[in-house]
Design a protein around this ligand. Structure first.
Ligand code: NAP
Length: 179
């Protein structure tokens, strides 16, 4: 059976998930207003996933963090290039240029039940192929004007079923949908 595939991402109100150069300085700045300890349900979500599929750009951005956030979870980096995998991640991180369908098939064969997809281009590819089951989008009340869009062209309309809206008192709105 295909694993459940989820997205959990922050987006500016005008639809961007990163600036054109990939930076998320706008998100880091907005997060300065967030109450200490508020994680928007991210840690519970992360605990619920067995594996992650990251686009190469997202992987490279996360490698620059002080701490690798995915602990011992299996991470597959989608890329057609040769990527560096640090020694301390060699047991959990692998690179792949397989199609999304083939990767999910292999993960299913390994007993993986829930996969977290991250990266704009990567999310768009999986959405276009009808492979995403759940979307959690935290809308940041900020317009950045241009950048990398979370959503792009799709071969056919996608109808979503609303599951939950959470409104935070500092202005963030989190939307959860099933597809
Ligand atoms: N707002 C948020 O919450 C949030 C979350 C995550 C990331 N970000 C930001 O978003 C930026 C990254 O997003 P992005 O849209 O640039 O891209 P991305 O999806 O992270 O990475 C795109 C790259 O992934 C590889 N790829 C994707 N699908 C593939 C496939 N089926 N087969 C082979 N390779 C595949 C390709 O790499 P190659 O070119 O190597 O082939 C492609 O160029 C980062 O700067 C990050 O900081 C923001």
């Amino acid at each position: 059976m295909k694993p459940k595939v989820s997205v959990f991402i922050a987006m500016s109100l005008d639809g961007f998930m990163a600036r054109t150069d990939g930076s998320i300085d706008w998100l880091d700045k907005a997060n300065l207003k967030v109450h200490e300890g508020e994680d928007f349900g991210y840690n519970i979500f992360l605990e619920s996933v067995d594996a992650l599929i990251l686009g190469r750009n997202t992987y490279e951005a996360i490698l620059k963090f002080d701490l690798w956030p995915y602990k011992e979870k299996r991470v597959i980096v989608l890329t057609t290039s040769k990527i560096k995998i640090p020694f301390n991640l060699a047991n959990t991180v692998t690179a792949s240029k397989e199609s999304p369908q083939d990767i999910l098939k292999h993960l299913s064969d390994e007993g993986i039940k829930h996969v977290y997809i991250d990266g704009g281009i990567t999310i768009q590819r999986f959405l276009s192929l009808g492979l995403i089951d759940e979307l959690t989008i935290t809308i940041i009340p900020l317009l950045i004007g241009e950048g990398k869009r979370l959503f792009g062209s799709i071969p056919t309309d996608i109808t979503l079923t609303h599951s939950k809206t959470t409104i935070y008192d500092f202005g963030y709105v989190q939307l959860k949908y099933f597809i």
